[in-house]
Design a protein. Structure first.
Length: 225
């Protein structure tokens, strides 16, 4: 029993030593959030991200300080970023610094109702949730809590990305366009049959043996317009 107890404690210790991973855009390297993430025991991987500033599990986060939020409103950069975020299934616009700066006030160079209108537009027109944080430390803590939430989807599909970059991604992108065909099923089909032509020319019953009832979606190929 003592041996089993030691073994169990060792497994629990290994689990606690596993660092949550976060992917961070290269442009965020100088952000104070990074030092807070390191303090919160994150494993950080820097990449050049085309959408957002942070990826935690399957969620993409666009982070803005209050001053950056206002300036990106004025130069229309925010609109472009919001449109890119719309293409992603799980996303958050994070506005940082409400304890340090006022979002809008009477003496601001931007009309406070214009800011209110933009916030409402982000939620109602772009369907993007907004998260306000006190400061960089609070931002890091929110990212840590997000990393601890259980995944509803273990993998981000190609269709959740703005556009495929190579031939493999293009093939997977096309297959994921069929209802019910997710990233795992698409990869399974491509691994087995190699080409889209071979998949689409394969008998439905044979496809069912590989992917089950999901194969029924390909019956649409025999339908007339």
């Amino acid at each position: 029993m003592a041996f089993l107890d030691i073994f169990t404690r060792n497994i629990e210790k290994q689990k606690t030593n596993i660092k949550p991973k976060i992917i961070v855009d290269m442009r965020e390297k100088q952000s104070l959030v990074i030092s807070s993430l390191i303090e919160n025991n994150f494993e950080i991987e820097f990449k050049q991200l085309h959408v957002g500033d942070y990826i935690v599990k399957n969620t993409i986060i666009e982070r803005k300080t209050i001053s950056d939020f206002i300036s990106s409103m004025l130069n229309k950069r925010l609109i472009r970023q919001l449109k890119n975020l719309q293409k992603v299934k799980s996303k958050i616009l994070l506005i940082e610094g409400i304890d340090e700066h006022e979002l809008y006030h009477e003496n601001s160079t931007v009309n406070e109702n214009a800011i209110r209108g933009m916030l409402l537009s982000i939620i109602l027109n772009y369907n993007i949730p907004i998260l306000f944080t006190k400061n960089h430390e609070d931002t890091a803590k929110f990212l840590k809590v997000l990393s601890q939430k259980p995944n509803k989807e273990k993998e981000i599909g190609i269709n959740d990305k703005p556009k495929p970059r190579d031939v493999k991604e293009q093939l997977q992108y096309i297959l994921e366009g069929f209802p019910g065909i997710g990233p795992k099923t698409a990869k399974k089909l491509l691994t087995e049959y190699k080409t889209l032509k071979e998949i689409l020319n394969t008998d439905i019953e044979e496809l069912k043996e590989l992917i089950g009832k999901k194969a029924k979606v390909f019956e649409i190929l025999d339908n007339n317009y």
